[in-house]
Write a protein that binds this ligand. Sequence first.
Ligand code: XIL
Length: 674
Amino acid sequence: MKKGFLKIVAGLMAGMLLLGGCDALPKGSDGPREVPTTITADFTKGENKGGNWVTYGDCKVTLKDGKAVVTERSASNTGVAVPCPDYRGNTVVTSAQATTENGSLTLSMRYEIFGNVTYVNIAAGIPNESGVVDITGKIEIPANAENALIYLEANDVRDYTVSSFEVSIDGEFNDLTNVPVESLEDPTKTASLSAAYADYFKFGVASPATVMTNTNDGFKKLILTQFNSVTPENELKPENVLDAKTTLADPAKYNECPAVHFDAAKPILDFCKENGISMRGHTLVWHSQTPSWFFYENYDVNGQLASRDLMLTRMENYIDTVINWCETNYPGVIYAWDVCNECIDDGGGIRQSYWTQTIGEDFVEKAFEFARKHAPANVELFYNDYNEYQTSKQDDIINLLKPIAAAGNIDGMGMQSHINSGLNVDNYVAAAKRYADELGVVIHITELDVQAPKSVNPMYDQGVYMKKLFSAIIEADKAGVPIECVTVWGLTDDMSWKSATKPLLFYGNLSPKPAYEGVMCAVNGGDVQKPADYVEPVSDTTPFVEDYEDQKFTGGPRYSSVQKIVEGGYESDYCLQNSEGYAEYDGYSIDVSQYAGHVIHVSFAIKSKADVCKCTADIDGTWPNIAEVQTGTDEWVLGEGDFEVEEGATLTIYFESSDMSPFFLDNVEIKAMN
Ligand code: XIL
């Protein structure tokens, strides 16, 4: 999740060049070479010595008893990585086991795409009572991705010890080792979104700084042709702005005012200044991508957390310094700042974090107070959050922001909008209207990406949805909802933090997708063209059956849970175990969109120490219950229920336990009733 060490990455790449890409893979000079379909880290062998692992970022890796002990981690994204450059164009399964005192570990992927760098989170896990974390996840690596590697990061900078780490091909190996990457299309030929939407709102994009430093200038041209607002994807986040080296070298000197630097953000700031593009500053106060040392007395993570007073002082100084450095050096470039990001917990109420632990729950109010005090009058101050269209989250956000709005310290609500095409567009714009009406603020859609549906025509269907979505946004804007900017979270699908879901407007080669066409049709009229290879959808009512006897499952984690096939099924050998989520609803999720237009009957066997287990549908921010069973005895219990899947719906259902205890699932059957 965390990044921002280009120098380290350069070092890593040099290391990989020495390795010749990946030392697991023998390079023959002639003939096809054998590419193993599994890469297993061997921690008895040193780095670059055939062990299939590398050090990722600024940290120390020591090998002991066949394990990798990772210490001196300068940032939460540092650790051990397994390079898998030959796996591009494949879906891989990756798993790791580690022990740690960090709150959670995450498997993430890094790859280069036409000279840009993309980071994708794959799966996360939290340690059990003995500190052991098991994480397994699946991810698609784009065909044009070069130097892909999978690394283990944490939510904090504490040590971890990896006992196993593996990456393997899922299914048939698609061998692209001798296939060159595609060439880029000329982006200047595509009509401009920002020009088409000039009467309504700014059309923005999130970009990494690699776009500006890239020798491949197609990406810059795409921005210049299409967009008139830019958000740095990571470069203005605290982990990239806080100057760890300087601050930690003299903690006493910097105790109240940490040193900052803008090395990561400068190329984007320069680009915006030179080209007259406005920038959204993202983000000042956040629980994530903020180093934990920032919250400790003397910046020492092994000591005590800083007092409320000290943290208030640090927060005020940080906000003041960052806003004013940007204003002084790039006057007028940043027109809006996300002052606070993601402060509402997934389960409701204020999210607990280092901010609440040090300052308390009024840290949001304080952050806005400081931002108002120090920001130039024409810079708009925003709160930004995800799932912001869900009714319960709207309530929480409005409660949080009401007093801040009453004090005159906030100007805008940032609706992140990481959505899928199952979201009802009327409910979505109703949320925008509600924020504007109840808080008296303007609206920015700040991080739009729309997961492509799992249909037979995913790109076309996504395009049709984009037309619906943007038509609703335009209508709302015309009706007076003050939507001032819509930003998409990335330039191309392959550059997206969720690349596997193909959520953006341009393909990896810079050509426009049907999603782009849909956005254009919303403003210009017309319909998204059916592609030449359009497939007439037939409703597929084949029953879904999983009994795990083949030791396979087709569903996946909902948020951060982990699934594993284990022994001891319901009257059989195997079942599926779900564990290690962050919240009760981090369960096992199954896509049932193919049953759209039918009533489904779901039956299953489940076992858990939790009192209750449920099967629930996930639709538009509501979670209707399909079946609920009393568990708790750790005996198998049978459950069943019916649910109507609406025509055209994109729907997943999921299994969950009431208190995050692991649950075991077997004999899942879903069939259409009509
Ligand atoms: C994401 C970036 O896109 C990734 O590169 C990074 O690894 C993690 O953060 N909400 C936010 C954004 O406010 O800052 C996040 O961006 C996506 C979720």
